[in-house]
Design a protein around this ligand. Sequence first.
Ligand code: SF4
Length: 363
Amino acid sequence: MSRIDVATTLRQPAELVAHGLATADQLAGLEQVAARYAVAVTPDIAALIDPNDPADPIARQFIPTSAELALQPGERADPIEDQKYSPVAGIVHRYPDRALFKLVHVCAVYCRFCFRREMVGPGKDSALSDTAYGVALDYIRAHSEIWEVILTGGDPLMLSPRRLAEIMSDLAAIDHVRIIRLHTRVPVADPARISAELVAALRVAGATTWVALHANHARELTLKARAACARLIDSGIPMVSQSVLLRGVNDDDATLEALMRAFVESRIKPYYLHHGDLAPGTAHLRTTLARGQELMRALRGRVSGLCQPDYVLDIPGGHGKSPVGPTYVEPAKSCVDDGDRPQETRYCVTDYCGDVHLYPPEP
Ligand code: SF4
């Protein structure tokens, strides 16, 4: 595989063409895409892309295509309706015990499937003002049911260690906030950013910090990325993963298996596999729910429970996440009634090989 060596983050379609990540005849279309959705490919991500592979799974995630200009029925700017559940700027309070706190609107890289693609990027609101930050903090203080605050975005690890330390300390000072979870792509996209200073900023007395790493292909977990995660974990910060099921990136048995194994080898517990959201211009990257269930069933048969994420769908309309993985148990039609015992429902349970068994078994 040839390697693309760049010194700085690529943000312009012309730069992608100059480095062989797009062709000159694609340029006009890509300019249109970039005018609407942010583009950024860090040197670490560029180095992972094989420019000679037109189906490269890393390129598919980060290199824009004119397919993004085609909107499909049902796609919407705010597919999971963050706005509807935003009582004050920066806060999304959808579930009682947790709230999203969106501090920044920028990321190290811009994913072509992003469900917040209309909201993130350099051209959008960049960060909460000091006043808005104070109002958001007051909202969390006033809602004692908020046990967990999820810093997301944008990517919270784009903030400086100094600013992150202030935010962590403000949140940990609120008695009822016991968990602070940060969602990030930085350990993969720019692992050097996970410095000792940044790690120290995330550890705070009074609350437990968790970090959720977003990665979609095992190749993203390079030695440098694994080392960045190890710096977080070795400092006492547990990590979980989140991935998106993406057509042409990870929608086959072996690729999904390799990704989950790579997480577990890196001491990151697989947490969520998201079904692709109805974000505008992302139909070419979505699979069907049936395909997702098929992949989850195959994964169950191939790797241990440690490697199993929950396959979830964010229900359009802001109704929250639901597990949508395959079911392994359903009521059986046959029942026993021996006269003394109440009638007992039996179940058909499917094992990891796909064979079906009755539970309780026949006496
Ligand atoms: S890092 Fe997250 S918020 Fe940023 S573009 Fe990717 S999916 Fe969207």
